[in-house]
Write a protein that binds this ligand. Structure first.
Ligand code: MOS
Length: 689
């Protein structure tokens, strides 16, 4: 354990500073923005997956102010991104697309008008059924996060032919919809020449960039404010069409603030989702468990409107050593809503395939699954050839095994329940975005650090104050962070688990500049700014956080009912700024992984092209009753290369590997190997003793 000096703020488990506001319901979210006499906007969505809107009739409901219609709405300046070119013409590209909006004096009147609206449209044959065997699969130019689509080293086919043992299997993950607690909401106001948006977003500056481009406005004319966000998981990482409609509605009613809050149902077609993936994995091994080849070929759907390629094959490129490697991604473009980021895009589904395959290989070889992973630990990153800035996988596997009680594991039975345990690795890149700027000001004995960052409910308000306090060498109680407003300096999106690493680096730089300029006894009004570019060490090192997840699974021998009484995750994610909020991120990710493993699945009806599971009755997200003991811890890791704080990001790695650990444990308990998520009892029942 590191001993902390009394003054050091990083590493202290401080309570979140805005917690009081949140638990008393007084933290202002986007839909709570205090404005004078707001009006209310409700959307009209396409009832068909492909065709044309031929008419929209809205009756004269009392309080109705105006109607926006596809084809006759305000012309946008930039329509380069089809997802955002909303209402620009009458074509329908997916079911649940925005084709109109009504704005009324009250929320009730808007709902009533939307309910009574009559939409006429033509229907054309639509294509929404995904299959990996379609003959129109195509190779995207790159996959999400800019990775190459395909990679190959050596000759994997030859390695598969000559290996002692091979595993070649196909795994599938379901469609998952981001369901943050707070639905996407906007309060928009055109005030003279200026647009003011209170927005629920992962990045106020990125939203401003999008809105200024779409409407052709100078940046200084748009302000985006977002002090509190009730989760996003990627779906609030970029502005979607609803934000554009809210701004259009405000422009149609100048001086009147417009509120547009999506309903839960609308979120199932408008704000993105994680696509299904079909992953063919290949492992070639010697009899003693040394890999000679690894491969993954991914097929997934995307939308014809805007391409998104889930990079599920990417973690296979770097995870384990082997001279022969190959990965590929192919897509089927369908008449479906636009997919997007969802917590650990790429790594989350990819490591399901990867880590269940490793479990299958371990079983085939008769080698302990942890030992198999240790034997294939690479000396350098197999994808890039660069050394790792730090790689804590083996430490996580070993110390996690100790803590979980892995050794001597045996399948057994307790009453009617079959009991087993499973393990899987976690990984997530340690990203730092290329730009962010922080500003520091001292007055009346207090320091204020301003940066247009976002707190999605993760603890950013608190953690950034901790980083600033250590940078300045002052007690954290004297430091206040101000975030969530484009009036503050530019901050990158809270995405790719890069927030603390990026914004914190800018804050450390601002603190350094402040001390250099003003010394330790600054005058009132002393200020300094810190701006960062890319991390130069990124070219020299492969930077990743790692983890090991352990699950205990009970399966009822007669009914197939599945319970997960224990999940334990051990992580190596650099320095932990605040153990309290970090633990909450990690166990939150693991709980979402449990939900992915056992419950969540969006069912698309290919006859009509819509997701039929559009609410929390049909789309079950794990609740407290589903999550028993979910625990996380971490090893002390000091990585000097990632950034000045030594942090690696913890928002996403918690979900990576959880589903594989659970599926592997269910196999240990029952002998049944389920390769298609979610793991539901109907899949296990035929295999039970
Ligand atoms: Mo996260 S899915 O990169 O917002």
């Amino acid at each position: 354990m590191t001993t902390l000096s009394d003054r050091q703020a990083i590493g202290r488990d401080l309570v979140r500073r805005e917690g009081g506001l949140k638990v008393t319901g007084t933290a202002p979210y986007a839909d709570d923005a205090e404005v004078d006499s707001p009006v209310f906007c409700r959307l009209l969505l396409s009832p068909t997956a492909r065709g044309r809107v031929t008419g929209i009739e809205v009756p004269e409901v009392p309080g109705l102010l105006t109607v926006l219609r596809a084809g006759s709405a305000e012309k946008l300046t930039s329509t380069g991104d089809d997802e955002l070119a909303v209402l620009q013409d009458t074509s329908i590209a997916f079911r649940g697309q925005i084709i109109g909006a009504v704005i009324a004096e009250t929320s009730e009147a808007a709902r009533e008008a939307a309910r009574l609206a009559r939409v006429a449209c033509t229907e054309e044959p639509q294509d929404t059924a995904f299959s990996p065997d379609r003959d129109d699969l195509y190779k995207p130019e790159k996959v999400n996060a800019g990775y190459p689509t395909d990679t190959a080293q050596g000759d994997l086919d030859a390695a598969m032919r000559t290996a002692d043992v091979t595993v070649e299997r196909t795994y599938t993950t379901a469609t998952y919809h981001n369901n943050p607690m707070e639905p996407h909401s906007t309060t928009a106001l055109w005030d003279g020449e200026n647009l003011l948006l209170w927005e629920s977003t992962q990045g106020v500056h990125p939203v401003r960039e999008t809105v200024t481009e779409v409407f052709g406005l100078a940046p200084e004319r748009v302000r985006v404010v977002s002090p509190h966000v009730g989760g996003g998981f990627g779906s609030k990482g970029a502005a979607h069409a609803n934000v554009i409609v809210a701004a259009m509605a405000a422009r149609a009613l100048p001086g009147r603030p417009v509120r547009l809050a999506l309903t839960r149902r609308e979120m199932f077609s408008l704000v993105g989702y994680r696509t299904r993936t079909v992953m063919r994995t290949r492992l070639a091994s010697s009899a003693d468990g040394v890999l000679s080849g690894v491969g993954m070929d991914v097929v997934a759907p995307t939308s014809k409107v805007t391409e998104f390629a889930e990079q599920a094959g990417v973690p296979t490129r770097m995870m384990y050593a082997a001279p022969h490697r190959a990965t590929s991604h192919r897509l089927a473009a369908l008449d479906v809503p636009v997919p997007t980021w969802m917590r650990a895009p790429g790594e989350c589904p990819g490591m399901f395939g990867n880590e269940v395959a490793m479990d299958e290989l371990a079983e085939e070889l008769g080698v302990d699954p942890i030992e198999l992973r240790v034997r294939n630990e690479p000396a350098v990153d197999p994808a890039s050839g660069k050394p790792y800035s730090s790689r804590g996988l083996v430490a996580c596997l070993r110390s996690g095994a100790e803590r979980f009680g892995w050794s001597g594991r045996r399948r057994h039975r307790v009453g009617d329940w079959l009991v087993g345990t499973g393990v899987a690795s976690s990984v997530y890149p340690a990203f730092r975005m290329p730009h962010s700027t922080a500003h520091l000001r001292y007055a009346d004995g207090r320091y204020v650090v301003s940066i247009g960052a976002a707190d999605l409910g993760t603890g950013t308000w608190t953690a950034l104050a901790q980083i600033a306090a250590d940078g300045l060498g002052v007690p954290v109680e004297l430091v206040e962070a101000r975030i969530g407003d484009t009036d503050q300096p530019y901050a990158s999106v809270a995405g790719g688990s890069s927030g603390i690493s990026t914004w914190g680096s800018a804050i450390v730089e601002a603190a350094r500049a402040f001390r250099e300029k003003h010394g330790t006894e600054p005058p009132d009004g002393a200020e300094a700014t810190g701006e960062i570019g890319s991390n130069p060490a990124q070219g020299q090192y492969a930077m990743y956080a790692f983890g090991a997840q352990f699950a205990e699974v009970h399966v009822h021998a007669d009914t197939g009912e599945i319970r997960v009484p224990r999940l334990f995750g051990m992580f190596a994610a650099g320095r932990i700024v605040n153990p309290r909020t970090a633990r909450s991120q990690l166990i939150g990710g693991m709980t979402m992984g449990l939900s992915m493993a056992l419950h969540e699945t969006s069912v698309l009806d290919p006859r009509f092209g819509h997701v039929v599971t559009q609410d929390f009755a049909d789309y079950h997200v794990a609740t407290c009753a589903d999550a028993y003991r979910v625990e996380a811890d971490w090893i002390d890791e000091h990585d000097r290369h990632v950034n000045p704080m030594g942090t690696k990001g913890i928002g996403e790695i918690g979900i990576v590997g959880t589903a594989a650990a659970i599926v592997n444990a269910a196999h240990h308990a029952t002998g049944a190997r389920i390769r298609d998520l979610p793991l539901t009892l109907d899949k296990l029942l035929p295999h039970l003793p």
